[in-house]
Design a protein around this ligand. Structure first.
Ligand code: ZN
Length: 245
């Protein structure tokens, strides 16, 4: 089917195996919860990949047949091999969409695509988060009200050291007073990147209806658009140009 979107849901998948409470919350892993929801969407073809698989589950074959990759990592960013990061980056620049979730702000792939530290403030006291839509009409906010709330989250606060996003879809407010650019769109060559903040491993964030809707919308937004790829080099002129003095 021509309209099929092939999604690979990647997770480092360590917290769920090491911590009993997190394992109970996400018995199939966070990637399992996200993949289950995406697989139920019409036109989505979904598979998962995790850090401990050979080549982190991201072989050339897998990446070449992925339209959109989602990425969750936290405690094992350093274990992701540089050659795999380079492989993912090459595919993003060529047009594969990338959805970067929560603590993957510190992933090698996001840092490499942003070129900044991607550092931020954080606090974990289960406070409330309210995510405001600041781009009405943006496809990533389709079906969301003016805002939505998560009752218990880890706080991420500004300054978030990223380049200015090409489009900003959500700004979060936290009970403790901070704000955060929590839904950020970037373009790098032919590829689209969406950073989405919610997703701390100890809360049922990836069962939240609004969070799953945003991720689903983001996959549709980030899929390759089919336009021409980048065209570099030193070409001859297309018109017959007479030598100028
Ligand atoms: Zn977290």
């Amino acid at each position: 089917m021509a309209d099929t979107i092939r999604v690979t849901v990647w997770n480092e998948y360590r917290h769920e195996k090491r911590n009993e409470a997190i394992g109970k919350l996400y018995p199939e892993g966070m990637h399992g919860a996200i993949a289950k929801h995406l697989a139920a969407q019409p036109g989505f073809e979904v598979r998962t990949a995790t850090l401990d698989e050979p080549e982190h589950g991201l072989t050339e074959e897998v990446l070449n047949s992925t339209d959109v990759l989602t990425w969750w990592g936290h405690i094992a960013h350093g274990e992701v091999k540089d050659e795999i990061v380079a492989r993912v980056k090459k595919r993003v620049l060529a047009g594969m969409g990338l959805i970067v979730l929560h603590s993957a702000h510190f992933s090698k792939i996001f840092g490499s695509l942003m070129g900044s530290t991607c550092n931020l403030k954080w606090r974990e006291i289960a406070e409330k988060e309210r995510l405001w839509v600041v781009s009405p009409g943006h496809p990533i906010a389709a079906g969301i009200g003016p805002y939505f709330e998560l009752p218990h989250t880890e706080m991420y606060g500004e300054l978030f050291d990223i380049p200015e996003p090409d489009e900003l879809v959500f700004i979060s407010w936290f009970e403790g007073g901070e704000v955060f650019r929590s839904g950020c769109c970037f373009h790098r060559q032919a590829g689209k990147i969406f950073y989405f903040r919610p997703g701390h491993e100890t809360y049922p964030i990836y069962y939240d209806e609004n969070v799953l809707r945003v991720i689903t919308n983001a996959v549709r937004w980030a899929k390759p658009a089919g336009g021409p790829g980048p065209d570099f080099g030193n070409p001859d002129p297309l018109e017959d140009i007479k030598p100028r003095e």
